[in-house]
Write a protein that binds this ligand. Sequence first.
Ligand SMILES: Nc1nc2c(c(=O)[nH]1)N(C=O)[C@@H](CNc1ccc(C(=O)N[C@@H](CCC(=O)O)C(=O)O)cc1)CN2
Ligand SMILES: Nc1ncnc2c1ncn2[C@@H]1O[C@H](COP(=O)(O)OP(=O)(O)OP(=O)(O)O)[C@@H](O)[C@H]1O
Length: 207
Amino acid sequence: MSEVEGTDIRIRKRGLRQAMTAAREALTGTERLRLSGRICGHAADWLAAAGSGSFMAYVPFRSEVDTAPLLEWAWMRGIRVILPKSEPSDRSMRFFLVRGWGELAPGAYGIREPDPSKAAEWPKEEAPGAILLPGLAFDRYGGRLGYGGGYYDRYLEGLCRRVPAGARRPPVIGIGYRLQLADRLPLETHDARLDGWIDEEGFHGAK
Ligand SMILES: Nc1nc2c(c(=O)[nH]1)N(C=O)[C@@H](CNc1ccc(C(=O)N[C@@H](CCC(=O)O)C(=O)O)cc1)CN2
Ligand SMILES: Nc1ncnc2c1ncn2[C@@H]1O[C@H](COP(=O)(O)OP(=O)(O)OP(=O)(O)O)[C@@H](O)[C@H]1O
């Protein structure tokens, strides 16, 4: 990719981030909860069908899909919930096995994160059953746009390097409202591709 193309993509990404943030913020609190309930229901069905005994997810902030019903469903079922703790100095994430709301504490960016004195760290070399990730926008081809930290791109790149040759990487699935579905996102080579996404209409595999 040339320098000019790279700069052009970053400018388009910035514009899309602003537009998608505005669209998501425009949902009323009631509508957000209603849609989040449906999205979590589809995610639970998908995890149950996939037989995932563990999965990575996120604790919502800003106007993201509220994952609370999904996390509570998993805790009731004995499915292991793995949540990220951001390290802004090098934009990396550590993951922890979290058994309930009491194991979270306020962290970077105002996001509630696992409290290392309460939750156990999830071993880096152990792949989860599935990875559910937040985002500002998704497309039908596995594209995803985040807040621009590159946190998940970096994590997924590391995971791919650690997965033994011949083994499959766990499914990587975006979680979002239908209104976050874009035509085709401008992507750079480092952007991780998703296997699918879940919105209030259900699960969709990437084309
Ligand atoms: N709920 C949730 N947890 C998550 C993520 C997420 O997207 N959602 N992350 C997924 O990555 C990581 C945190 N990543 C973040 C990256 C950037 C910003 C942020 O506030 N960015 C500024 C712009 C900063 C800049 O331009 O330098 C902003 O959006 O205003 C917040 C979180 C880990 N945990
Ligand atoms: N694997 C990687 N190694 C090193 N730097 C990376 C990697 N992936 C992304 N980056 C850097 O991170 C920055 C942000 O990337 P990008 O705009 O794609 O973030 P994002 O996917 O929107 O954010 P997030 O994953 O935090 O939600 C870029 O400057 C990029 O160069």
